[in-house]
Ligand binder design. Structure first.
Ligand SMILES: C[S@@+](CC[C@H](N)C(=O)[O-])C[C@H]1O[C@@H](n2cnc3c(N)ncnc32)[C@H](O)[C@@H]1O
Length: 241
């Protein structure tokens, strides 16, 4: 299967291209996220983190944290230490400004870091969260394996990711929206010609639903489950080390 990358003509690898793309769209990312999803992404994030609250984590890692929306939502778990890592420095800078504005710097810290090579000791975190990140990993198994490694035994993984709706007419409408309207509006506002074309293509290729649960199980996660959101446009995946 061909690797889906943001820039078709680039000779760079997927990881480098993904970092470049998010660096490009960082200033407009939050606006476009909420605008293009009609604000539903906020509801999905809240629902996902609600599932982590019962786990009562102290140390949380938010992988592919971007502009820190999911990391900030993690404050609701009561965690005292939340670390967000990302390969895009520009996304992190937007996130740092938000954290500073909210005065959350004593509990949320952002640092540069690659999901596929996490700079943390084994069994360090009580919970690891990832929102709209795993689809962008160059090597999905390597990234999920790293998350497994840094989780304590019994630790929880919570992944929120786009998935493919299967029911008529949502499937047809979603397909039209994501292949025609979304790239047009994305191009208009972000000035990056490829970013919002890459989005539906990467969603299409991502092993969602049962296939992603299988990826989690193969790595060693147990009690895995999925919660489809809004006709399957996004899915929350839960598992435990
Ligand atoms: C769609 S954004 C999601 C950001 C944020 N989690 C949110 O919910 O808005 C995807 C993020 O994944 C990051 N990313 C992609 N591959 C990564 C990797 N290997 N390690 C760390 N971050 C990565 C990108 O730089 C980007 O900021």
């Amino acid at each position: 299967m061909p690797v889906i990358t943001p820039y078709r003509d680039s000779a760079k690898g997927k990881k480098e291209q993904v970092a470049e793309m998010f660096d490009n769209i960082a200033p407009k990312y939050d606006f476009l996220n909420h605008f293009l999803s009609f604000g539903i992404d906020k509801i999905w994030r809240k629902k996902a983190i609600k599932m982590v609250v019962n786990h009562q984590p102290e140390y949380v890692l938010d992988v592919a944290t971007g502009t820190a929306d999911f990391a900030l939502e993690c404050l609701k778990t009561g965690a005292s230490h939340i670390v967000g890592v990302d390969i895009s420095e520009e996304m992190l800078n937007v996130g740092r400004t938000k954290i500073q504005k909210l005065g959350a710097g004593d509990r949320v810290v952002l640092q540069s870091g690659d999901a596929e090579n996490l700079a943390f000791a084994d069994s360090y975190f009580d919970a690891v969260t990832v929102a709209f990140g795993v689809r962008n990993f160059e090597n999905l198994t390597q990234g999920i394996g790293e998350i497994y490694r840094v989780l304590k035994p019994g630790g929880m993984i919570c992944v929120l990711e786009f998935s493919k709706p299967t029911v008529f007419p949502v499937k047809q409408f979603y397909s039209f929206y994501s292949y025609f309207i979304l790239p047009f509006l994305g191009r208009l506002f972000s000035k990056d010609n490829s970013a919002y074309r890459y989005l539906p293509e990467s969603v299409e290729q991502f092993p969602d639903g049962e296939n992603f649960l299988e990826v989690l199980s193969k790595i060693g996660f147990t009690q895995t489950r999925q919660h489809r959101q809004t006709f399957g446009i996004a899915t929350i995946y839960i598992g435990f080390r």
